[in-house]
Every structure is written in C-alpha cells, then in structure tokens.
Design a protein around this ligand. Sequence first.
Ligand SMILES: Cc1ncc(COP(=O)(O)O)c(C=O)c1O
Length: 320
Amino acid sequence: MQIAERGRVVDDVADQIGNTPTVDISQFSPNPDVSLFAKLESFNPTGSVKDRVALSLIDQAERDGLLVRGSGGVILEPTSGNTGIGLALIGRLRGYQVKAVMPESVSTERVQLLQGFGAEVIFSAAEKGTNESINVAKELAHENPSYFMPYQYGNKANPQSHYVATGPEIVRDVPDVDMFVAGLGTGGTLMGVGKALREHNPNAKIVAAAPHPDDKVQGLRSIEHGFIPPILDLDALDARIMVEAEESFFWTRKLLLDAGIFVGVSSGAVLASAIRAARRLESGTIVMLFADGGWKYLSTGIYTRDWSDIQNEVEGQTWW
Ligand SMILES: Cc1ncc(COP(=O)(O)O)c(C=O)c1O
C-alpha cells in the first residue's frame, strides 16, 4: 500500500489548507467515454473549500492594512456557514474576533462549529434567505465602522485563492481537463478555477451546479432571486445546470454508499450536474469540486434515509 504524502509537520493547521486529493469516480459516469474526477475539499482543516477563501481574504486585508494581527479586530461576514467557519479558524490563529451573519435555518452543526471556534453567530430571518444575511451584515458594518467585512461576494481575494491554488492543483493532478463543474454560491470557485483552467486549455468548459429557485441546497444560491455577486461574471460560465434538492440528496447518499465519499449536499448537486453533462459529451474528462464534508448535514437525516422511493425518478432525470 502506498502512503499519501500528507504526513508532514506544519507550524499551524492553516498550513494544511489546500493540496486536497482528487478521486476517480468514473463509476458514476453514464458515458463510458467520459471520466469523472472529484476534488475533495473536505480535507481542509475545517472541512470545506472555504478555508482557502478565508485565508486569502484575511491575508489580503492584512496586506492592505485593514487588519492587524493580534489586535482583536472584528471581522464581520454574511455567510451560509463555511466561510464563517474558515474565518473563525484563521481568526483564532491570528487574534481576531469573528461575527457571522447567517439565516436562522442553517444546520445546527454549522452554528455549533462557529461557536466552537469562538465566533459569534448573528441570525437573520430564515424565510428571507442568504440575501437577508447580506443586508443585515451591511447594516451592522455601517453602524460599526471599525468592523472589517471581507464581503466574499465582492472581494477579488475570493476567486484569487482558487486562481492561484485550487485551479493549478487540478491542472497538476488531472491531465487534459475538458470540463469543470462546481456549485454556485459566491461564484468564487467557478471564476478562479475557470480562469486557471482556461489559461491551460482555452476550450475547457466551466459549468455551474445551481439549485432550483424554489429549493434550498445549503451552500448554493439561485441567481434567479435577483442578487448576482459582483465577483460572478455569468459570461465566463458555459452552462448553469439546475438541480432539484431531492436529486442532490439522492446523489449525496449514493456517493457515500457506492464510493465511501462523505460529502455535503452541494456535492450531490455537483455530481447530478456532471452526470447530465457527461451524457451530452461525446468523450472527455470532467473534474468536479466537492466543497465540503458531510458532518455538518448529519442532522438533516439524508445519510440514513432510504431514497429508493425516488431512485427511478432521479435516475430517469440524470441517468441514461
Ligand atoms: C457547501 C458549499 N458548496 C458550494 C459553495 C459555492 O462556492 P462558491 O462560493 O465558491 O461559489 C459554497 C459556498 O458557500 C458552499 O458552502
């Protein structure tokens, strides 16, 4: 058995951000000529891709003089959870207080993780979704000018983290990528990785997995609700594939049962989108980014539910 190259001594856990593994899961491909690879961002210290973004946002703010290490400065961010958890980690390591504004409906695990890392959670009205978290955070920042709001939706340091690291890691690890599929939240992953991949192969297709406008898939957002993050350039996307929540849950569970891959629900949406895309391609290589691990979603019950009742329907939509 080969031992993976992860056993190295680091100064602190932030040094373990990035360089995540990629797994060949072509067994999920409906097309024998299309390979599917999944990059597992759950291997980051807090279990999500957003550790990369949090580190990049804080590094940039320090370079710009907006944050000073050890100063106890306050970082305030509207977040569906993962970015807040990443910020909370880096905040602990560098002496900042972190306040995260989230819809009241987020999973209890997210709230507990944030509080566990010492962050303060501020709730916005659940029924108004993440757009309301953004409004509340903006108001609070306005009332408290000393707070620093990284604002991942509009901060170039977000896509930049993917341009300088996530994308190049994919180019290094998977030869000849024809298509990249990731969930659409802020758009940071798709923009940053997309730019890096296209520099390597101008024909690489960049595809977003988006939730159905009426559905909630934690971590993803629908631009149909009217808010287009400033960092998101829709023209840079080749396609947006809409996935129903149930379909995302089905594939999330199947990933665990058939491949032992324990991921969050947005990864199920990404796999569903990639399966649809694979059907349309003649041949090629698709790389998917699985944004986080499943731990934060255990309380939803999706990993223990029997999904056989919707299997035919879902496989009819996404399978051959
Ligand atoms: C679980 C999960 N998946 C996907 C995304 C989307 O990533 P991005 O913000 O880079 O578009 C997020 C973002 O919050 C997320 O938390």
